[in-house]
Design a protein around this ligand. Structure first.
Ligand code: UDP
Ligand code: MG
Length: 332
């Protein structure tokens, strides 16, 4: 298997577009699950944005197994013009899978830029012209959006999200910005790198950071969902957070190794001191303390061994995901 991803183009602004394609054509991937209320307002917002762009903006709408009229509305939109493409998944696979389905479809096209956006207007489409302008002006590879406030969101959710991002930053080498959304526009070479990570358990926010490249961030105030409701239950968010941690860090295993070793080491040392003290002073060993530290010694050894086994499993997982060993940014 090819272990590297070579840049799709040698130019700084993405691939050499074919002559029929506008210089900064954009393919926008939109995951949708039961979004019959949001889809039309979203499309109207995109139509407005289109008038501000010099480029073509095409939509790849992904119906993630909706059981409302989402797919019917998508079909209508696709019939209206050539710039809307819709695909429907056979069941609800989750937002990560829906985005990846959109990525795989978009990879077949030859746009200069690729983006992801939520359909519920919580990722303001009005930011798109500014994002494209930022890529043009700075020559960066991607522009991503983050919320600098979480006004309107439930306190417990904001607190847990903030804790999760702090933990992820501390435990892993990837820097996921707090409040980061999946909302982002990137050039072809970065997009190719993102698509090349074909792992089954996907945490796209982490993947965007893992592939590297130069990303600029645009902040905006939280926008509350006006239509429909959030698809994330608390349980789903916890499992998403766990997937994020497991996909990007072996730190829990390393902690187990360190904790187990320290516990076993400290217990062995205390037992030794107790034995030497009893022998030199001629006193009896405290049986209860002795039993406690022997138990602690073996518990520490077990935690240590579990950590080591965990590291082997983590390494197997790393090999199974088969991420590229390196990604080339530029070649002359
Ligand atoms: N979504 C999806 N599949 C799912 C859940 C959500 O495609 O199983 C889409 C949803 O239609 C929306 C985006 O992912 O476009 C974000 O979902 P949501 O608004 O529920 O998430 P939140 O903004 O609350 O984090
Ligand atoms: Mg939302």
């Amino acid at each position: 298997m090819d272990s590297s991803v070579s840049p799709a183009a040698k130019t700084h602004d993405g691939p050499a577009a074919s002559p029929s394609i506008a210089d900064d054509s954009l393919e926008l991937i939109v995951p949708c699950y039961n979004e019959e209320e949001s889809l039309k307002p979203f499309y109207e917002a995109i139509v407005k944005v289109r008038t501000q762009l010099r480029s073509t903006l095409s939509l790849i709408l992904v119906d993630d197994g909706s059981n409302d009229k989402t797919m019917d509305i998508m079909r209508d939109l696709a019939e209206q013009g050539p710039h809307v493409h819709c695909i429907s998944l056979s069941r609800n696979f989750g937002k990560e899978a829906a985005m990846y389905a959109g990525f795989c479809r978009a990879a077949k096209s030859h746009a200069s830029y690729y983006g992801v956006i939520d359909v519920d207007l919580q990722d303001p489409p009005e930011l798109i012209p500014k994002m494209i302008a930022t890529i043009h002006e700075s020559g960066c590879d991607s522009v991503a959006a983050y919320r600098f406030t979480r006004k309107g969101e439930r306190r417990i959710r904001s607190f847990c999200a903030s804790l999760f991002y702090k933990l992820l930053r501390r435990l892993s080498s990837i820097e996921v910005v707090e409040g980061a959304r999946d909302f982002r526009i990137m050039n072809r070479r970065m997009f190719d790198a993102v698509v090349s990570l074909s792992e089954r358990v996907r945490f796209t926010k982490g993947i965007f950071q893992w592939v590297g490249f130069d990303t600029r961030w645009i902040g905006y105030e939280n926008v509350e969902r006006e239509r429909g409701e959030s698809k994330w239950s608390f349980r789903a968010l916890v499992s998403y957070a766990l997937e994020g941690v497991i996909s990007f860090t072996e730190a829990p295993m390393r902690t187990m190794v360190a904790v187990g070793l320290s516990m076993a080491g400290a217990s062995a040392l205390i037992l030794l001191i107790m034995l030497i003290y009893a022998l030199t002073m001629g006193t009896a060993i405290n049986t209860l303390a002795c039993i406690i530290f022997i138990v602690a010694l073996f518990a520490g050894l077990q935690i240590f061994c579990l950590g080591i086994v965990g590291l082997y499993v983590a390494q197997t997982y790393t090999e199974a995901r088969a991420r590229p060993v390196f990604i080339i940014k530029e070649e002359h």
